[in-house]
Write a protein that binds this ligand. Sequence first.
Ligand SMILES: *Cc1c(COP(=O)(O)O)cnc(C)c1O
Length: 394
Amino acid sequence: MKTRPCWVEIDTKRLEANFQFLNTLAAPHAELLAIVKANAYGHGLSLCATAAVRAGARWLGVTSVEEGVVARAACPEAHVLVIGGVFPGQGVDVLQHRLTAVVWEPGQLDELETASQAAGAKPNSIPVHLEIDTGMSRQGVDAGGLELALARFRPGSPLKLEGVMTHLFAADEADGRVTETQLARLDKVLGEIGTAGLLPEWLNVGNSAALVAGQAETIADLASRHGLRAMLRPGFALYGLTPDFDPDFQNVPPSVTAARTKLQPVLSWKTRVVSMRTVPAGAVVGYNGTFVATESMRLALIAVGYADGLDRHLGNRFRLLVRGQRAPLAGRISMDQAVLDVTEIPGVNVGDEVVVLGSQGDQTITAFDHATATDTIPWEVFTRIGQRVQRVEV
Ligand SMILES: *Cc1c(COP(=O)(O)O)cnc(C)c1O
């Protein structure tokens, strides 16, 4: 069915090119897992997962088992890593859809063991990646829990320790000391895993910032010292943005400069002018009349509101593109609509395309622009684009 004109265009060719560029930063040291969690950062999970696989990705990373089922349907061959936990009752789906769970809680291991035994799984046949907390205090086994966690992979268990994972939480920081500390902790844990007689295949570490900053080789060295292969997990950069590094970042590596020129934004967000009106000086616009016309003004109503993910804080504070020019948002943003002041832009008419995020003519609005204006990060700008905004492949 045709929807109201508020849509997102996904340039999957750009996503493929981004993956291939990122792969040049990883290869030959490390494999890349394409992060498509949170509906591919709002870009559309199936579209982006298939594009990443076309570009050569063998691994996909999703938030949940639910997302894993969608990724599996789109990509029958890929390894699908579920990074946000397996919840009670989901073990059966993990097995049925051949997902690879990240685990760190005893309850998650229980859930998978029970489901594996019920399915008659052979020993050492159900792969999991064990997450290690190396300092972020978010998810992962801490130093005190390691021995018990490793004991779960006793001979005869259906579970197989296929990977060891951690999350670098400050790879964009200038001095690199946090990352060094995390990798040192990981080194120690890998030693203990070896001592326990376990031989995982993958060391799964590092986001876009780590990859773009040139950490793949360091991570690969650590992995190979313990007989593992390295895997990095870019998300943000896959969607065409280069992470913002700490301004004091020392000796900005050539990979960062290359990323800034090579990575291409994948998503554009668009709407159309729904109706036009001219109001006299003194007219007020929108809820509570926070915008007052200072002269006779031309206003364009557009089909995007905060229920579509346009942050309400942008009312009276941000410009969108129409006819290749920047038009200010006038008044409060409504749930489903907003108003542009197009007094200074001749010829605007019903049906004109309006760019909320992306390019028109020689003008561009980036996710960083939205994020700066609303005091957040581009990741959140993408992920709050509403479910009802149709994702269209271009
Ligand atoms: C989201 C996420 C990533 C990707 O991070 P980006 O900064 O978007 O590249 C990697 N690993 C884990 C565990 C994540 O949660």
